[in-house]
Design a protein around this ligand. Sequence first.
Ligand code: XMP
Length: 513
Amino acid sequence: LVLVVDFGAQYAQLIARRVREARVYSEIVPHTMPVEEMLARNPAAIILSGGPSSVYEEGAPRLDAALFESTTPVFGICYGFMAMAQALGGTVAHTGQREYGRTVVSVMEPGKLLSGLPTSLTSWMSHGDEVVSAPEGFVVNAKSPRATVAAFENDDRRLAGVQWHPEVLHSEHGQRILESFLVDIAGCRQTWTSSNIVEEQIELIREQVGDARVISALSGGVDSAVSTALVQRAIGDQLTAVFVDHGLLREGEAEQVEKDYVEATGVDLKVVDAKDQFLGFLEGVSDPEQKRKIIGREFIRVFEAAEREVLATPGTPVKFLVQGTLYPDVVESGGGAGASNIKSHHNVGGLPEDLEFSLIEPLRTLFKDEVRDVGRQLGIPEAIVGRHPFPGPGLAIRIVGAVDAERLRILRAADAIVREETTAAGLDAEIWQFPVVLLADVRSVGVQGDGRTYGHPIVLRPVSSEDAMTADWSRLPYEVLERISTRITNEVDEVNRVVLDITSKPPGTIEWE
Ligand code: XMP
């Protein structure tokens, strides 16, 4: 176990993921956790994450020097690097000069940390202060234009640090540097994979559940599909999965859940066809928040009714509810891997509060890409496992304007073309999410064949992202965009214009509503 101490920047999760990519299990702990408590978990190493740009900033978190009285290997990144330098008796100067973004780092003395790397590395920096002298006994490995000491190590004490962010994609050889610390300096063994989780969870779930019954809500998304399949693998037909078809999924998605998923997992599935109910309540509603509220409310109604039916089945009572909570949800709600303070998962709607269920959350230590791996191991079809994130309210929030069956049909057709073309071009893995939006209340003039048309625009919104908190628009190849545009305007009669959304988030959100 490697502990990543979160000093409050958004990078802690990324660091934890990279450590796991190096096949070493990692968890995030808050910087407020007392050092004794961290050490009591017997970590193979501790990584201090980035945080505020200056150790002199008011309220900047302090690092307890007691950490260095133990023999635990420690790696400091950015703020963690400066806090470490300060705690160990080095000098951190408050220069007020910021070094931000792409920076070239010069390697002076590779040591173990930068061994085998080129002598200059493009790296991602974000700092205000500067380490001007390393603590005694440390080798200075590298410098940058605004950091006299940009990396240091003390191999005997198994301590090292870098001023830049090796965890971000833009830092050359970042993963290699992390691995050099983990393996060559800290001596970690690279044995962890997400399949260890599968066996472990199956045992745990069996113990937790005994012979009680369990209910699970399938949303059509990856998380609920994988958590349900894992529980099914553990307890078989003690589990009933409920899939509420609200009629707002994309082409073929409901069928994939109803047929392919059941075939692959053997789960006992109860499908509730609530399409008319949802469409009925959505009629004439164009306000985005209103749409969300209606969908959330109806979802709970339908799910509760289904639940009552399952509860009414004679036999052992239902005592457990499966939720596809992921590690980022756990971290963001301030919980550790073992803590129970969980943000309710909005895919499953705000489940009723008076439910007397215990939760089973088999994915709460995993990141999304790890969940996909587990799903593949469980034999879930790629069409479901590889699915991009999709909002709970579905296509309803991708139709700008009121939702009806005809508009859903138009959007589904356009969206299906987009998915076919991006998959054919091999772009699925590099696109985080690709909302296709119908501007149902907008019309524009076009010409097709010999005639004038007055149709609706379709907006393409492909984005790249790490976590959906921020996003950038994807630079898709023109040929792919061209094929999508030509096919949509040819094959979907009501659409005569295709436009591309080139807004990053912020300021634009990923979805249009
Ligand atoms: P935005 O549009 O806020 O979206 O940039 C961020 C991520 O959240 C998804 N999203 C939702 N997911 N229920 C959900 O389950 C919702 O109401 C909802 N709204 C947005 C969105 O698809 C993106 O991945």
